[in-house]
Design a protein. Structure first.
Length: 137
């Protein structure tokens, strides 16, 4: 009986360590992993893409959030909760850069769009918070 308990104990420690790491990452605002076919871009890459023909920026935050941390000029605001019902407004042949406050909701938006046949998707790593901090430097 003693040896059986000892064999399980290391697995419990591994599980608890993984759970703790996940919780710490979530609390720190670590961006979620992007879905297949979605490219994460840095603020510098985002700057390069702004203003290019055929590139549309979609900010998936709620309109009230844009008052404290504005979207870039020309960005379309489609809140994440309304995105799926508004996909018909979007052209699947267009390139989209998805943004939010920290990059988590834009990753979710990328998953929704990818599942619905959109292929030219970019996610701003760290969201507008990181972009604005990068722009100040």
């Amino acid at each position: 009986m003693q040896s059986r308990v000892n064999k399980k104990y290391p697995m419990h420690r591994i599980f608890l360590a993984a759970l703790l790491c996940s919780a710490l990452c979530a609390a720190a605002g670590c961006p979620a992993r992007s879905p297949a076919g979605v490219e994460n871009i840095t603020p510098a890459q985002f700057n390069e893409m702004l203003g290019r023909d055929g590139v549309v920026v979609i900010d998936v935050r709620e309109p009230s959030e844009l008052k404290t941390l504005p979207a870039v000029d020309g960005a379309r605001n489609i809140p994440l909760g309304k995105l799926e019902s508004r996909l018909g407004e979007l052209d699947k042949d267009t390139s989209y850069v998805l943004t939010c406050r920290t990059g988590n909701r834009s990753t979710q938006a990328a998953r929704i769009m990818s599942r619905n046949g959109f292929e030219k998707l970019y996610n701003l790593e760290g969201g507008m918070t990181r972009y604005r901090a990068h722009s100040v430097k």
